[in-house]
Design a protein around this ligand. Structure first.
Ligand code: VGL
Ligand code: ZN
Length: 226
């Protein structure tokens, strides 16, 4: 499935039971960063507007933050002879290896300075176990270690999650997908997300899997007009 094939739904204005999850809007994922996503900067203003709407409407706004220790096993540099974006599959790691990125406390791990983090109610960090990656905001790549996001959202009465940010084919995809597995309605705000595109079919399979799981696709403009 390609982006052009998506069918968009209109959700109406957000109301009690809705939450916004903004995924990994960090310097390393934005052009100039170590794992730059094309046009990652273009979506910041739109994300700010949606965060402002949710915050003003007293609805939960969650940021996720990729937060790796130096030497994390998702980094190619941790595997002699391997290069960033090489295919690599191990328990909790893969399907590719990454450049060193989002190292705890580094500039690359900071949120982009234009992101209005003041609208966020909480930050969920992920990927801090050296041997396990965590693309999803809910569940690490071992398929069993939870981040606490599900408990947070349930405690706040959330039933539907709007997801945007970086990267559409990794952390946005896995967060949306696990959100469905956990019983939430999930709407991906497609114009406020961008893919890494590695390996080349990553976006296609992400869109296929999300559609198959009943993830909805929305345009940010429609969230405001109801
Ligand atoms: C991500 C690759 C590695 C993401 C994080 O935020 O999509 N991708 N770590
Ligand atoms: Zn990462």
């Amino acid at each position: 499935m390609k982006l052009e094939d998506l069918v968009y739904v209109k959700t109406g204005k957000p109301a009690f039971g809705d939450a916004l999850a903004v995924i990994d809007m960090q310097n390393d994922f934005i052009p100039g960063g170590a794992l730059a996503v094309q046009e990652g900067d273009v979506i910041i203003e739109g994300i700010n507007r949606v965060m402002e709407l949710f915050n003003r409407s007293d609805l939960p706004v969650v940021l996720t933050q990729d937060w790796h220790p130096a030497g994390h096993h998702s980094f190619a540099s941790a595997h002699p002879g391997m290069k960033p974006y090489d295919l690599f599959k191990a328990q909790g790691i893969g399907p590719v290896l990454w450049p060193d990125h989002c190292v705890q406390g580094s500039f690359g791990a900071d949120f982009h300075r234009n992101l209005e983090t003041r609208y966020a109610h909480t930050v969920i960090r992920k990927g801090y176990h050296r041997d396990i990656d965590s693309y999803s905001g809910f569940l690490e790549n071992d398929g069993k270690t939870r981040t606490g996001l599900d408990g947070y959202l349930r405690d706040r009465g959330v039933r539907r999650i709007f997801v945007c940010g970086l990267a559409l084919d990794y952390c946005v995809f896995f967060t949306a997908s696990h959100g469905r597995d956990l019983g939430y309605e999930v709407c991906v705000i497609v114009d406020l997300a961008r893919p890494v595109g590695s390996p080349p079919d990553s976006l296609f399979s992400a869109l296929d899997t999300m559609s198959g799981k009943g993830v909805c696709f929305v345009r940010s403009g429609d969230i405001f007009t109801g």
